[in-house]
Design a protein around this ligand. Structure first.
Ligand code: ADP
Length: 598
């Protein structure tokens, strides 16, 4: 065995089997032909020798045995032998019926060799006998023998026994056999080489094809093989090239389609997860990771629903129905809506579940806000109502007779009624903003005089708290386009808040600013300030850092929410900067390119 170019060269390979077959065939042909030739050659030689011997014996019979007297046989035989051209190879003997050699072309008179072999015995019995191969027991020489009876008046009188040294014939045949064996060996060698080359021409392209097919299977699609011939292997190569081309084209199309889908799935803002019927994850797009706030999705279906506390049994539901089931859950700070839908295989059998995840945090927040708002409104209305009711009951119970107490109680009832009416007024205003029912009436407003008016109106409040209210005007004419009534409400709310949430003796500054894009009105106090946690929420409806304090000061918790709505409507904004116990700065922003009409 040895390593071939593309694999192990073993008896199982086509190449080795081809070589073996080729060798086998040649060997069989050579051996059969060689043996046939050898046998034929041997046969021809033997037949020729037989013919020679027979003629020789017949000549002895005619020219010696039937011509001479028995006593003259030896003489006659020698005479014959000298005349015969076969003297050197064939020896002739005349044997009488007693088996005695009475004349011979070999040896001298009186010391003839005695022959008692099957040929002589057969001839004595009247039948000529030919023996192709008879070994002389003494000398070991191989002879060809022929014995023929000489009949005189119908009875055997003598036997002519001829024999010939067959060593030459047999050694000749041996020589031929050796030559044949040698030629078989040479043929074996040549056939091996030829067989190898021949097998290579067949298996070479097959091995190339098999190597290319392996590479194809490993995903290297640009495989082609050279087509050298038009035979079966050539056709196979052509088919392979066609197959590789088609495969590459089909896979290309498939991957294009897949890429398209991947891109769509990847760029979706909704998370898409799919699980097979054993619950193993099949697909997960990047939105899922973002929504769930994870780097990698490792769960199976059960792991997923358990991790996020989704009711178990979803999977069983999915298997038995074709409905989409919607479930909400929290993933960190995100409120996720998951839609579970089963998908079916081509045979309409349940094949798995697709889960689409959507970020519902904002909706959840709005929903919560709505609920909280309703609760807040109810609460805000109930508190003054309870007070009104309890004071009214006390009055009814007799307190009305005490004029002083009655007046005090009625004053409280009046205040609470005012509070309720302010609340309802603010709520109505907000609701109108929400329903887009508020039309702004724009007018050109001089900023300095606008602020001055408002500061003047609030000064009495500040003075009550011994606060200093400082106004630093532009001292030039700067105008804004705004709804005077609405922005008066805003600045009033901000300045009142600054006064409310600053201690006695503190300072409140009001001043305008201007840049290329905005005109700003700033109100700064050095009051209690607002914590970082509360800061983003103070524009929410009913949000108050300290509810009791705000209420005690007559606040509804809606002032800044309304201010924000008004500034938004003007295309501007309201911002806050604050530091706990340091003070708060509120800024109203008016864009300079604000609507000029009205
Ligand atoms: P309120 O009627 O309670 O004043 P606002 O909407 O006007 O309602 O204000 C919301 C909350 O923001 C107030 O309850 C208060 O806690 C806080 N706030 C507003 N202005 C200031 C300020 N200048 N200093 C400190 N806190 C303030």
């Amino acid at each position: 065995m040895k390593n071939g170019k593309y694999g192990v060269f073993s008896m199982k390979s086509i190449k080795s089997r081809l070589i073996a077959m080729y060798l086998g065939l040649v060997m069989i042909v050579m051996i059969v032909c060689g043996s046939f030739i050898l046998i034929s050659l041997q046969d021809i030689e033997i037949r020729r020798a037989e013919e020679q011997m027979r003629l020789y014996a017949e000549k002895i019979r005619d020219q010696v045995a039937l011509t001479y007297e028995e006593s003259g046989f030896q003489e006659g035989l020698l005479q014959f032998s000298q005349n015969s051209s076969n003297t050197s190879t064939i020896q002739g003997n005349i044997i009488n019926t007693d088996g005695q050699t009475i004349a011979s072309t070999v040896n001298g008179r009186g010391s003839f060799e005695q022959y008692k072999n099957s040929a002589v015995i057969s001839a004595l019995g009247g039948t000529p006998y030919f023996s192709e191969k008879s070994r002389d027991p003494e000398s070991g020489t191989i002879y060809i023998e022929y014995a023929e009876p000489v009949l005189v008046s119908g009875t055997v009188k003598y036997v002519i026994f001829a024999r010939m040294d067959a060593s030459n014939i047999y050694s000749g045949i041996d020589q031929t056999r050796r030559t044949l064996v040698l030629s078989v060996a040479i043929a074996f060698l040549l056939t091996s080489v030829m067989g190898y080359i021949f097998a290579n021409t067949i298996t070479g392209p097959i091995l190339t094809l098999s190597a290319k097919a392996k590479e194809l299977a490993q995903g290297k699609l640009d495989q082609t093989v050279k087509v050298y011939s038009k035979d079966e292997i050539g056709q196979l190569s052509e088919s392979f090239n066609y197959m590789a081309m088609e495969l590459s084209r089909t896979l290309g199309e498939m991957s294009k389609e897949k890429n398209k889908l991947e891109i769509i799935l990847h760029n979706m803002t909704d998370g898409v997860l799919s699980f097979d019927k054993s619950g193993q994850i099949v697909h997960c797009n990047s939105a899922v990771l973002e929504l769930l706030g994870i780097d990698e999705f490792k769960d199976d279906f059960n792991g997923f629903i358990n991790r996020y506390g989704i009711t178990s049994g979803v999977y069983i539901d999915m298997m038995n129905t074709d409905f989409t089931k919607k479930i909400n859950f929290w993933a960190g700070k995100k409120y996720i809506n998951a839609s579970f839908s089963p998908y079916l295989s081509e045979k309409n059998i349940f094949a798995g579940v697709v889960v689409v995840l959507q970020d519902n945090t904002e909706m959840k927040r709005l929903d919560d806000m709505r609920k909280e708002f309703v609760a807040n409104v109810s609460h805000e209305l109930r508190t003054p109502l309870t007070t009104v009711k309890s004071y009214a009951e006390t009055l009814l119970d007799g307190a009305i007779d005490d004029k002083e107490t009655a007046m005090e109680f009625l004053g409280i009832i009046n205040n609470e009624a005012d509070r309720m009416s302010f609340l309802v007024r603010d709520l109505l205003q907000l609701s109108r903003f929400d329903n887009n029912q508020i039309e702004l009436t724009y007018s050109r407003i001089n900023v300095d005089s606008f602020i001055a008016e408002n500061v003047k109106a609030s000064r009495i409040l500040a003075e009550n708290k011994k606060q200093e209210l400082i106004f630093k005007p532009f001292n030039r004419d700067v105008f804004i386009m705004a709804d005077r009534g609405r922005i008066t409400q805003v600045i009033n709310n901000i300045v009142t808040n600054a006064i409310k949430y600053s201690p006695e003796g503190s300072t409140i500054k009001v001043w305008p600013e201007e840049d290329s894009k905005y005109v700003r009105i700033c109100v700064e106090d050095n009051g209690i300030g607002i914590s970082k946690d509360d800061l983003p929420r103070i524009f929410e409806r009913f949000y108050r850092v300290d509810k009791a304090r705000s209420r005690a000061m007559g606040g509804t918790g809606l002032g800044l929410a309304i201010a924000k709505e008004i500034m938004d409507r003007h295309g501007g904004k309201i911002t806050v900067e604050s530091e706990m116990l340091q003070g708060t700065k509120m800024t109203m922003w008016f864009p300079k390119n604000m609507k000029q009409e009205n």
